[in-house]
Design a protein around this ligand. Structure first.
Ligand code: PGA
Length: 253
C-alpha cells in the first residue's frame, strides 16, 4: 500500500512571517490527516522558521533544490547536510523550472538524487514533457529519457525511498490540469518503467502528479490507480486551499 504524499511547492513566494503564519493556520486544519504524508517546501531562507513552526506536528519539511556536494566552493548553493541540519526530510530535484530556466540536465539531477539518499534525505524527482513534446507524440520518449538519466545513480536498495513527480510542463501554473485519464496514462508508463528498472520495488514507489492541482480536482486525480500524491504550486500558497487538498480523502468516499 503506497501512502499518499501531498507536497506544497511554494517556489519563490512568502517572507518568513508569511511562511510562519501559513504554518500556524495550516496545522490545525490538517491535524486529523493521519493516512497521508503532508510536506511543505518553502524557499531556503524560510526553512528554519517553518521547521520550528512544524515541530511536534506530522507535517514534513522539504527543500526545493539541493547541490550534490557536501560542502565546497559553490557560491549560492545549499548542500544536503545543511538541509538535514535545518530539519528537512525531502528535497525536490529536477523541477521543470530548474530544467528549463536554469538548464539543469538529468545527469545533474541524478547526482542530486543520489546525494540526498546518501545523506538520509528523500528525493522528489520531477519529470514531465513540454507541450511541443506532447504534440509531437514524444511524451513517453521524453519521460523515459528523463527517468533513465535522473534515476541512474539510485541504488536498487534505496529505490523505495524515492518519490517521482510527473508534472507535464504545459499544466504547470497554467490552470490547464491534465485530465485524470491523461495523467494516469503517463503514470502507468512511469510505473512500468520503475518496475522494469527496480523490479517489485517499482510497485511500492510513489508517483505524484503536479500541474494545476486544486481542491476541486485533487480527489479525481488521486482516484487513479497509479497516482499516489500531488505536488502543488499555486494552490498551496493559501493554508485553506492546501489543507483542502491534503484532506481530499474526506471528499472521496
Ligand atoms: P502549479 O505548480 O500547481 O502552480 O501548476 C506545480 C509545480 O510546479 O510543482
Amino acid at each position: 500500500m503506497r501512502k499518499p504524499i501531498l507536497a506544497a511547492n511554494w517556489k519563490m513566494h512568502k517572507t518568513i512571517s508569511e511562511a510562519v503564519a501559513f504554518a500556524d493556520a495550516f496545522l490545525p486544519l490538517v491535524a486529523g490527516v493521519t493516512n497521508a504524508e503532508i510536506v511543505l517546501a518553502p524557499p531556503f531562507p524560510q526553512l528554519a522558521s517553518v521547521a520550528a513552526a512544524l515541530r511536534g506536528s506530522r507535517v514534513l519539511l522539504a527543500a526545493q533544490n539541493v547541490h550534490p556536494e557536501k560542502h565546497g566552493a559553490y557560491t549560492g548553493e545549499v548542500s544536503p547536510t545543511m538541509l538535514t541540519d535545518v530539519g528537512c526530510r525531502y528535497a525536490i530535484v529536477g523541477h521543470s523550472e530548474r530544467r528549463h530556466i536554469f538548464g539543469e540536465s538529468s545527469a545533474f539531477v541524478a547526482r542530486k538524487a543520489a546525494s540526498l539518499l546518501a545523506h538520509d534525505l528523500l528525493p522528489i524527482v520531477c519529470v514531465g514533457e513540454t507541450l511541443d513534446e506532447r504534440e509531437a507524440d514524444r511524451t513517453f520518449a521524453v519521460l523515459e529519457d528523463q527517468l533513465n538519466g535522473s534515476l541512474v545513480e539510485v541504488p536498487d536498495a534505496r529505490a523505495a525511498e524515492v518519490v517521482i513527480a510527473y508534472e507535464p510542463v504545459w499544466a504547470i501554473g497554467t490552470g490547464r490540469t491534465a485530465t485524470p485519464a491523461i495523467a494516469q496514462e503517463a503514470h502507468a508508463m512511469i510505473r512500468g518503467w520503475l518496475q522494469k528498472r527496480f523490479g517489485a520495488t517499482g510497485d511500492a514507489m510513489r508517483i505524484q502528479y503536479g500541474g494545476s492541482v486544486k481542491p476541486d480536482n485533487v480527489a479525481e486525480l488521486m482516484a487513479q490507480p497509479d497516482i499516489d500524491g500531488a505536488l502543488v504550486g499555486g494552490a498551496s500558497l493559501e493554508a485553506a486551499s492546501f489543507a483542502a487538498i491534503a484532506r481530499y480523502q474526506e471528499n472521496s468516499k
